[in-house]
Design a binder for this molecule. Structure first.
Ligand code: ZN
Length: 315
């Protein structure tokens, strides 16, 4: 039904790729993160993903497919289901001759502030990510708990006359922080890259209260600065006459490289399923066969211990 090589996964009968890693004629794109954006001739994706793709990769030809709608290519039926990872992120189910294959891309099980809830369908064959496929990556904290932790960091900064600098990736994490902090009444100044992407969220009905773009000017005493975790932006912050403290929002916070940007503080706000949720996800899909893609190579061992027929997908 499918083949796999350095370019990625291809549904043979439809000549249709799933998140192809190199330029191909026709590929599904699971979401807007840049590691998934290549200038394929034609892409199939949800409308938000097409917008992110157009903004970042200047993609021209795209077939939009809404969640839970169907598209046919030769004998293959294509359907998309929400992956809960960032706005517009989708999993792709392909059915050929009554055999279904679900390809996940990145996904998240917990509720998000700005992405659609995950929607998990059944499939016979599952090809899944396993980013946090190791038992040390378990995050039990609820979204509300994490929001309170972030607000606590901000309050402590303000109490001591320090500017809180929140670091989160420009697409996904930044908009989560905008929503969590802005809705709680804090004034958030947002770095340009994250702001431009937030405008696409706004087009799809996500509202951000109390957030304004930051254009390198000094920030007021009651404002939070939100920047991507990149040394370039750090330099600008360092050059400002400002006492500041940084917090990095990352699902890697529990691991050995959790604080790779040297932030003063980390909060494990993740846009991926944790280890237990990966197992729960497989249980819900209830497949006959599981292949894992990027992530921990030993994750299939954990699945086999639970009785699944699982292996790492290798070329
Ligand atoms: Zn991603």
């Amino acid at each position: 039904m499918f083949s796999y090589d350095v370019r990625g996964i291809k549904i043979d009968s439809a000549d249709f790729w799933l998140d192809a890693r190199r330029k191909v004629a026709f590929s599904f794109v699971s979401h807007g993160h840049s590691d998934h954006l290549k200038n394929h001739d034609i892409i199939l994706a949800t409308p938000p993903t097409i917008q992110f793709h157009a903004w970042r990769a200047r993609q021209k030809k795209a077939i939009p497919l809404n969640l839970r709608e169907q598209h046919e290519i030769n004998d293959a039926i294509i359907e998309l289901f929400s992956a809960g990872h960032i706005l517009g992120s989708a999993m792709c189910r392909v059915t050929v001759n009554d055999i279904s294959l679900l390809y996940t891309g990145d996904f998240k099980m917990k509720k998000s502030w700005t992405a659609e809830d995950i929607d998990i369908p059944h499939a016979d064959i599952l090809i899944m990510e396993s980013t946090f496929g190791s038992p040390e990556y378990v995050y039990d904290h609820s979204p509300d708990f994490l929001q309170e932790e972030l607000a606590g960091f901000v309050e402590e900064c303000f109490r001591t006359g320090i500017t809180p600098v929140v670091m989160g990736y420009a697409l996904g994490k930044a908009q989560e922080a905008m929503k969590m902090l802005g809705d709680a009444g804090y004034n958030v100044r947002v770095h340009r890259a994250a702001w431009e992407l937030a405008k696409i969220y706004m087009q799809f009905g996500i509202e951000f209260a109390n957030c304004t773009p930051w254009k390198d000017e000094p920030v007021a005493a009651d404002e939070i600065l939100l920047i991507p975790p990149h040394s370039l932006y750090f330099k600008k912050v360092k050059n400002m006459p400002l006492r500041y403290r940084t917090v990095f929002l990352s699902g890697w916070a529990n691991g050995p490289n959790g604080n790779r940007f040297g932030a003063d503080y980390t909060i494990p706000i993740s846009d991926h399923a944790d280890f237990n949720e990966l197992l729960d996800f497989v249980h819900q899909v209830n497949p006959h066969k599981v292949y894992t893609t990027h992530g921990f190579e030993h994750f299939p061992h954990h699945l086999r211990a639970l009785g699944y027929d699982a292996e790492l997908l290798t070329a």
